[in-house]
Design a protein around this ligand. Structure first.
Ligand SMILES: C/C=C/C(=O)SCCNC(=O)CCNC(=O)[C@H](O)C(C)(C)COP(=O)(O)OP(=O)(O)OC[C@H]1O[C@@H](n2cnc3c(N)ncnc32)[C@H](O)[C@@H]1OP(=O)(O)O
Length: 259
């Protein structure tokens, strides 16, 4: 099982469990997380959601082999059918509080998804990156909007244009994460925070989350649609093919021949 899913004491825990591929996320993994979150939405016994990886890796982001073999319409149509979209919509639309605990690398959508969670805890070994441009792609799922809001434009530009990786301390300073916790304590700490949420009045948590997210709801939807108008075409373009091939051939990509 590449996603471990369990419900204990009111918490739905989703755990990336594909360490041999650095927890890279396949379509099937997105689908199983989408299904679990959507099911939790209908289940009053689930009062919090916890997303975790392994102590050495959160996730290497979207599976690059999946990117290579899954053709998408260049005009971005049919986005609703994609399992990644179903997962991100389930996550960002969840009325339950979502806690994320990040240790090791959180690449691409591994960082983007954090911007749709409520409480985000980083281990002292956490490393974030959004190398969309390095892959010949562009931001997806409102990271172009949310990172700019969180970090300010110039810092977001370093992360989204240069694809610069950053550590837990910088993530804390910019407001991407709530707190830094020693890696050995991260899981238990995040479980403790989720348990606190479970013990609080669910209706108050729901209302608070709805109010806090209200202002960004429309802009997030618009950003996702705008990003999608570029993404499908970019995924099929030669720049992305070169980047993916270079990754698997363990060499640097050569973009010099593309204008
Ligand atoms: C909409 C969403 C967009 C996105 O998410 S875009 C982001 C896509 N992700 C990436 O570009 C990250 C690619 N991976 C990496 O950069 C590195 O990995 C890490 C920094 C995460 C870890 O590096 P290290 O510890 O040196 O591990 P390793 O030897 O590179 O990886 C171990 C095995 O895992 C496979 N793997 C790693 N990431 C992915 C991936 N994203 N998709 C598919 N496979 C991946 C490798 O190929 C390799 O495999 P083998 O052992 O056969 O050589």
């Amino acid at each position: 099982m590449d996603i471990l899913s369990s419900k204990t004491n009111g918490v739905l825990t989703l755990e990336f469990n594909r360490p041999e591929r650095k927890n890279a996320i396949t379509s099937a993994m997105y689908q199983s997380m989408a299904d679990a979150i959507n099911e939790a939405e209908q289940d009053a016994a689930v009062r919090a959601i916890l997303i975790v990886g392994k102590p050495e890796i959160f996730t290497a982001g979207n599976d690059l082999e999946d990117f290579m073999k899954t053709a998408r319409p260049a005009d971005g149509s049919g986005i609703e059918e994609r399992s990644v979209y179903k997962f991100m919509m389930a996550l960002s639309g969840s009325t339950k509080p979502v806690v994320a605990a990040v240790a090791g690398a959180a690449v691409g959508i591994g960082t983007t998804l954090l911007m749709h969670c409520d409480l985000v805890y980083a281990a002292d070994n956490a490393k974030f990156s959004m190398p969309f441009v390095q892959l010949g792609l562009c931001p997806e799922f409102a990271s172009s909007l949310l990172l700019t809001q969180i970090a300010g434009y110039p810092r977001a530009a370093e992360k989204l244009m240069l694809g610069e990786a950053f550590l837990a301390q910088e993530a804390l300073e910019m407001g991407l994460v709530s707190k830094i916790v020693p890696v050995a304590e991260l899981r238990a700490f995040a479980e403790g925070q989720a348990a606190k949420l479970v013990a609080l009045p669910a209706s108050s948590i729901r209302a608070t989350k709805q109010l806090m997210k209200a202002a960004r709801k429309g802009p997030v939807t618009e950003a996702i649609a705008a990003e999608n108008t570029f993404f499908g075409a970019m995924l099929a373009a030669p720049e992305a093919k070169e980047a993916f091939t270079a990754f698997f051939e363990k060499r640097k990509p050569d973009f010099s021949k593309f204008n």
